[in-house]
Design a protein around this ligand. Sequence first.
Ligand SMILES: Cc1ncc(COP(=O)(O)O)c(C=O)c1O
Length: 420
Amino acid sequence: MNALTSVVSMADEVPYRSPIAAAWPCTHDGEFAVGGMALSQVVDAVGGTPCYLYDRAYMAERVTRLRRALSQTVELYYAIKANPMPAVVAHVARLLNGLDVASAGEMRVALDAGVAAEKISFAGPGKSEEELLQAYASNVLVNVESRRELHLLAKMSERSGRAARIALRVNLPFELKASGMKMTGGARQFGIDAEDVPRSIAETAALGLKLEGFHLFTGSQSLHAEAVIEAQRKSYECAREWAELTCEPIKSINLGGGLGIPYGDADARISEEEVVTHLNCLAEETRRDFDGVSLVLELGRYLVGEAGLYVSRVIDRKVSRGKTFLVVDGGMHQHLAASGNFGQVLRKNYPVAINGKLFGNEVSSVVGPLCTPLDLLASNAKLGRAEQGDLVVIFQSGAYGRSASPSGFLGHPAVREALV
Ligand SMILES: Cc1ncc(COP(=O)(O)O)c(C=O)c1O
């Protein structure tokens, strides 16, 4: 054997471990740790698998770091849709400026968390009259997305003699490049088309509504700082032009969010530093251009996604025609996103590892108990060798997990959740 082949074969034998899993803290016994305790102990404490476990300190660290780095002119909101567990919402709400909700149900969670109505905003393309009335009654800021909403809120305002607080959500004439989900540009169900904004501003004034600003959410899950920066810059410029048309000075410009997290081992992280630096420049510009206007950043997964694990237990280990399947007690009914069925164009494995057997080269597929081939949590993943009873851990599971999954499908028990 020459020197080169010996290096290659040694490298082949190095057991694989997902870099994302490798960054997660472990106990001295080589188990993953959650809230400073061994994972298996936490699982027992919450009553077993399957379960979502959210690390309280990890979440706090992420939110606090970002909040500290940003100018006070930038308000940081949490979009509850990412993870509406009341304990999570209350935990992060204490550390940031406000909450964004997408339904009356989420609005109740936000208000129950003790957040002032003035610090809650409500977006969504199909708000029912009842939802609008609840938002109006609570004095929550409504991101208005159509003329219908404008007129309903005007009727409510007239009846009670208090103007509804609104922002205009706008379908901008450009998109968030290089993102997992684009929500502006072209024809969209979200917001009012940019070309109709001057007319909507005039209508808002005629209807006696309190126009506080603009909601400009361009998209989600971008790992490219330059794309996010470009969208924020263009959004700001649009808002600055429209602000000249309002009767009363505006109070806020919501620049959306868009910051993504790595879901695959090969995904690069977005440069938080570049985004923050640019936002702080925009904040300075805002202070020069306006009096007392805040920029709002509305983030979901970036704040909570990496702090969550989804844990299931191997109930069977099967080999079919040479291929190993780890059949676990959790699945797509509880973690649709990990199965690749939550809007992903190409299915990619989430980072996954076997607790206590953190390195490995055995190729296995992790499947759930549902009677459908869609119930696939990891396909041909390199894992430590797992046996019946072992815990399978799926990382990056703190956002769009339980609440974004079809839990009623096939009648399995509900998943447990804990903030540890
Ligand atoms: C209006 C709005 N705000 C915030 C978010 C949160 O996005 P993310 O979790 O990617 O930060 C979304 C996601 O779809 C959204 O539609």
